[in-house]
Ligand binder design. Structure first.
Ligand SMILES: NC(=O)c1ccc[n+]([C@@H]2O[C@H](COP(=O)([O-])OP(=O)(O)OC[C@H]3O[C@@H](n4cnc5c(N)ncnc54)[C@H](OP(=O)(O)O)[C@@H]3O)[C@@H](O)[C@H]2O)c1
Length: 297
């Protein structure tokens, strides 16, 4: 089987690229080799590769900056998936497109099912929702996999930002009235490769690590686990604040929990509790005591 990953240098794309199953020949591309907003370039690359499956991990993910860079956010997150889907249709390639919990407005109080109505709050969520619609319009049986609060050892994410702040500051204030499910890119990548192999899967899936946390809970867990892994030298006080005390350009959903039960069953990968996944991720960082043990240093 031949796979093509787009957005291969992002945090999910890098993780997917490192975890390619041995039975799959995979090409992984990102800017500048491929710009998904360029329809002709996408058509040419997909036409040359003729992959059995395309995984679209490319995205514009700067949630606040998107409010000021509306055209760019829509070009990458809405027109990009349309270009990829049209090219996939021409070559008969299966398309797995990655989307987000931010397609929902966060006013629910129970986890969002894949079929729940979408109502994004900001430009990033709107552009990602339009990308989903474009994919569903252009190809017959795509897979759309929504995830939430993604982090990894690579790129920009909450865990790496917190680790940096914990070294720079004496205390940190973190929003406690937004909840969601932190998700390690490695567990998501495992699920995506399982979807690739299960060629009959189609439709919208929700994938997040199990359990729910506020950003504050997540930050406290990062301090405790980082301390246990020797990544920081002393515990850093974390103080809960409200969203109103930390104004941002865009409004984020207050309740961003995806109902993943059906997806976990259909995909056939056992969910990992988010804090267990966090510990595993921190253990992979150079300098952690577990990392030293793993590498035999
Ligand atoms: N991060 C989260 O918390 C989160 C939460 C829920 C869902 N998601 C979704 O999960 C997926 C993966 O996210 P991620 O965190 O891995 O994102 P990421 O780290 O920002 O990676 C996205 C990649 O796409 C590339 N890209 C941007 N514009 C492009 C273009 N025009 N053509 C080709 N590639 C382009 C980026 O390159 P540059 O870095 O050079 O721009 C980057 O390498 C996305 O669909 C995202 O919406 C993310």
């Amino acid at each position: 089987m031949k796979a093509l990953i787009l957005g291969g240098k992002g945090q999910l794309g890098t993780t997917l690229t490192q975890m390619v199953p041995s039975s799959i020949a995979c090409r992984s591309l990102d800017l500048p080799e491929i710009d998904v907003t360029d329809a002709k370039a996408v058509e040419a690359v997909v036409g040359d590769e003729k992959p059995d499956v395309i995984i679209n991990a490319s995205a514009y993910t700067a949630v606040d900056r998107a409010e000021e860079e509306v055209d760019l956010a829509f070009a990458v997150n809405a027109a990009g998936p349309k270009n990829i889907a049209r090219a996939a249709k021409q070559t008969g390639s299966r398309l797995i497109h990655v989307s987000t919990d931010y397609v929902f407005d966060g006013t629910a109080c129970t986890p969002y099912l894949p079929e729940a109505p979408c109502s994004p709050l900001g430009v990033y969520g709107e552009s990602k929702r339009q990308g989903e619609i474009n994919v569903l319009d252009a190809v017959d049986d795509p897979v759309i996999i929504r995830t939430s609060w993604l982090y990894s050892q690579y790129g920009n994410n909450f865990v790496l930002t917190m680790l940096r702040l914990m070294k720079e500051r004496d205390e940190i204030k973190v929003v406690a009235d937004q909840v969601g499910s932190p998700t390690w890119a490695t567990t998501l990548a495992k699920a995506i490769w399982k979807i690739v192999i299960k060629t009959d899967l189609k439709g919208i899936f929700h994938w997040a690590d199990a359990g729910v946390a506020s950003w504050y809970d997540f930050a406290v867990a990062i301090t405790e686990e980082a301390l246990a892994c020797d990544l920081i030298g002393k515990p850093i006080p974390i103080h809960p604040i409200t969203t109103a005390e930390y104004p941002t350009l865009t409004t984020r959903p207050a309740y961003s929990v995806l109902n993943c039960t059906a997806s976990w069953r259909e995909i056939g990968v056992r969910p990992v509790q988010w804090r267990v996944a966090l510990r595993h991720m921190l253990e992979t960082i150079e300098g952690s005591n577990q990392g030293d043990m793993n590498t035999g240093k």
